[in-house]
Design a protein around this ligand. Structure first.
Ligand code: SF4
Length: 310
């Protein structure tokens, strides 16, 4: 297998962002939260400390190489395997990306640090910021997101409101719904109030369709998601499964591309086939190879087998 890219992965198909080149600037599962639905497993380093977790020079050098090769993507998405606003150089990274390419920059964040002025200033250079809001009240927020002790729902919502006031780009809020946790009328009413205050450009409803960090995270039916979307207003939509048949530029390094994708989220055989444009049989061979090497494991959810890098 060719040498693994250290900080970049993809482009991978994203339900919300189309073809998205991922930029991963935080060590695996270093986060302000420990969400029960996290696709990456439990948080290993729960922190609110901002610092230079990885050298930006190296990240930008890797990106410069990809741009020179003729990178095609709908977004360059800063996110990956931890909370990206923990990186103290986020603002400089966005400036650096903007100097290299016109491809729009998205920041995938849980939003918990936007209560800080330095984080808001760092995110200001992005084109789209995609924060999360999963609980209508502090208790539900704690049950679902298991935050660091220095993080509260009030701070999260206040931070999002403050960011909205000064941010010229798009805010696409994600609400992750879990049956039995945040789907009753009381919660939906509180979400509506919070959304009215935050004024995101869009609200995306999501639910558990992949293996999650904790057991017992039940997905919400599509019909129910549609009904909740209606209650949350005209700018709210259900983010449907990615259905396009775009082919990523896998080049000669298909195995590397597959492994890169599995490191960031669990995928089914179908995801790999339709998302990366890799023939099913070939994808199966690659998965079989990784499984025998012991670097990929599989898990069944709702009748579908998902593969995940260990
Ligand atoms: S889902 Fe995102 S915010 Fe939640 S624990 Fe995982 S990486 Fe952190």
């Amino acid at each position: 297998m060719a040498e693994q890219k250290k900080y970049l992965y993809g482009p991978v198909p994203s339900r919300r962002l189309g073809r998205s080149l991922g930029v991963d600037i935080i060590p695996f599962k270093t986060c302000t939260l420990d969400c029960i639905y996290c696709q990456l497993g439990g948080t290993t380093e729960k922190t609110v400390e901002r610092k230079e977790y990885v050298p930006l020079k190296e990240v930008l050098a890797e990106l410069r190489g990809r741009v020179a090769e003729g990178l095609e993507a709908d977004f360059i998405t800063i996110g990956g395997s931890g909370e990206p606003t923990l990186h103290a150089g986020l603002g400089r990274l966005i400036e650096g990306i903007k100097r290299l390419t016109d491809i729009p920059v998205a920041v995938l964040t849980n939003g918990t640090l936007l209560c800080r002025a330095d984080v808001r200033a760092d995110c200001a250079g992005a084109d789209v910021v995609l924060p999360s809001l999963d609980g209508g009240d502090e208790e539900t927020f704690k049950r679902i997101n298991c935050p660091h002790e220095g993080v509260s729902l009030r701070q999260l919502i206040d931070g999002l409101c403050a960011f909205r006031k000064g941010f010229a780009g798009q805010i696409w809020l994600e609400v992750f719904l879990i049956e039995g946790y945040n789907t009753d009328n009381g919660q939906i009413g509180k979400f509506r109030e919070a959304i009215e205050r935050i004024r995101p450009d869009k609200t995306h409803l999501n639910t558990a369709v992949r293996p999650t960090a904790k057991a017992g995270v039940e997905s919400v039916s599509f019909e129910k998601l549609l009904s909740i979307a209606e209650q949350l207003g005209p700018r709210c939509e259900v983010v449907a499964e990615f259905a396009s048949n775009y082919c990523a530029e896998t080049g000669d390094n298909k195995a590397e591309t597959v492994f890169s994708m599995l490191k960031r989220r669990p995928c089914s055989l179908e995801d790999i086939h339709s998302g990366l444009g890799i023939d099913r049989l070939e994808a199966l061979k690659i998965l079989d190879h990784f499984t025998h090497q012991g670097v990929v494991s599989s898990e069944r959810r709702d009748g579908t087998v998902f593969f995940k890098a260990k």
